[in-house]
Design a protein around this ligand. Structure first.
Ligand code: F6R
Length: 251
């Protein structure tokens, strides 16, 4: 594989505790919104984001941080799940953030996993992001296989919102969110890597030893589609916030 050279280095912050990682990610979001009350935020789901959103909810409640003029776009949603499904990302966002802060419901967006024409839905989502003026700050988690959004290894860096097949380890990792006996959908709609790189600023959070190899590949490995998160090194404004376990394979 051809290597890509870049002189751009992400800012890497290592926190002592899960709590300090969540607080640092939340502070980045809060700082962005304080400076731009009509911010367009890119949001992620997953276990890493639970304490981040709890910190944002606390900031909303205790410091008056307001999202009332913000617009949000989530990275992804499962194909075939209604927004009301208990394991949908739409439900996750309601449970952990939207129901506890002052986002305007009409300004929060997720791809519609139940759309009849998924290619059209993907195009509509890309257009909606562009029509909103593009994403100012995008929050990201990382998969143990290096995925960002649901851009699994092998995803080209010029991809935009589209339907993807989920990798077996991704489906296994997300099984716990589903009712017993119900399989994780095989496909999802996800923003593409080019969509993500189009944001003004990226903040990636990773916690736990399970992420250490992917974090090392992202920050110090070769840049290429084998590690979708390595694409972040092509972006000039990236902050990566880790706990000690996730940072344990960095030199
Ligand atoms: C979720 C998403 C994924 C997750 C990643 C990490 O919207 O886009 O890339 O950020 O799978 O998930 P957790 O935090 O559950 O380990």
């Amino acid at each position: 594989m051809q290597g890509i050279d870049t002189d751009i280095a992400p800012r890497v912050i290592v926190g002592d505790t899960l709590h300090s990682v969540a607080e640092a990610v939340a502070a980045a979001v809060a700082g962005h919104v304080a400076g731009a009350p009509s911010a367009v935020l890119g949001l992620a789901t997953g276990a890493t984001m639970v304490p981040v959103y709890a910190a944002l909810v606390r900031a909303h409640r205790d410091t008056g941080l307001s999202f009332a003029r913000c617009t949000s776009f989530n990275l992804d949603e499962y194909v075939g799940l209604a927004a009301t499904h208990p394991a949908s990302f739409a439900r996750f966002m309601q449970a952990h953030l939207f129901a506890h802060a002052d986002f305007a419901a009409a300004a929060t967006h997720l791809p519609r996993g139940m759309a009849r024409d998924l290619a059209r839905e993907a195009d509509r989502y890309e257009r909606a992001i562009a029509d909103a003026g593009g994403i100012g700050l995008q929050v990201l988690g990382i998969g143990a296989n290096g995925h960002i959004g649901f851009n699994e290894p092998g995803s080209a860096f010029d991809t935009r919102t589209r339907v993807v097949d989920l990798a077996a380890p991704t489906r296994a990792a997300n099984q716990a969110g589903f009712p017993p006996g119900e399989p994780v959908p095989a496909r999802a709609l996800t923003m593409g890597i080019a969509t993500i790189l189009g944001a003004g600023q990226l903040v990636l959070a990773a916690t736990g030893a399970r992420k250490a190899a992917a974090v090392a590949a992202c920050i110090t490995g070769a840049i290429g589609p084998h590690c979708p998160a390595s694409a972040l090194r092509l972006h000039p404004r990236v902050t990566i916030i880790l706990d000690r376990a996730a940072a344990s394979r960095l030199n």
